[in-house]
Design a protein around this ligand. Structure first.
Ligand SMILES: [Zn+2]
Length: 188
């Protein structure tokens, strides 16, 4: 990792921790929120008692999709971390099951239709500047579609496991890839 990129990632990790993750005003009535201690943690409450802000991580879901010994990777088009690589993944919609998110995100970002096979693992992620994330990763197989980068991807391509892109956008994806490669190595 370059020094500049390391500095940026430290800054982004700090932003996730700081004031910007809190609302200043009640989203229900517009009153200024007040910091309080609840459950031994900091929360923000509305003085009219109609809202408490709990900062919870947001679930994101993605998949390992293989074609023989190659793994599907996506090059991000938009911030945060435009121009860096991830596994196909994205935030869960309110009405989705995690498996549905995985299938939808792979389709949107890569054009491929997939079927979820099994859960790979789950990671916490603290370096996305938008929010803290719980990243759920499945293994999925291709059942149709045609490989074509989606609107929010610059590229969607299969890479040999021993020659994956190095510039990975988020630490949870880096850890997941490292766990996945370690498992593949043990299989041999
Ligand atoms: Zn309020």
């Amino acid at each position: 990792m370059s020094a500049a990129r390391k500095k940026l990632s430290e800054k982004l990790a700090h932003w996730a921790e700081d004031e910007s993750a809190w609302y200043r005003f009640c989203p229900r009535c517009g009153s200024q929120l007040l910091p309080v201690e609840l459950d031994g943690r900091e929360r923000r409450v509305c003085p009219k008692a109609d809202f408490v802000q709990y900062r919870n991580p947001v679930p994101a879901v993605g998949a390992f999709v293989r074609k023989d010994a190659r793994l599907l990777m996506v090059l991000r088009k938009f911030p945060p971390r435009a121009g860096l690589w991830t596994l196909p993944a994205g935030f869960m919609e309110y009405d989705e099951a995690p498996e549905e998110t995985a299938v939808r995100e792979v389709k949107e970002e890569t054009g491929l239709d997939t079927a979820v096979q099994k859960l790979f693992s789950v990671y916490r992620a603290g370096d996305d500047p938008r929010t803290r994330v719980v990243l759920i990763l499945y293994e999925a197989e291709i059942v149709g579609g045609r490989l074509k980068p989606g609107d929010d991807a610059l590229k969607a391509e299969f890479y040999p496991l021993d020659n994956l892109p190095e510039e990975i956008a988020f630490s949870a994806h880096r850890r997941a890839l490292s766990d996945y490669l370690a498992r593949e190595k043990r299989k041999k």
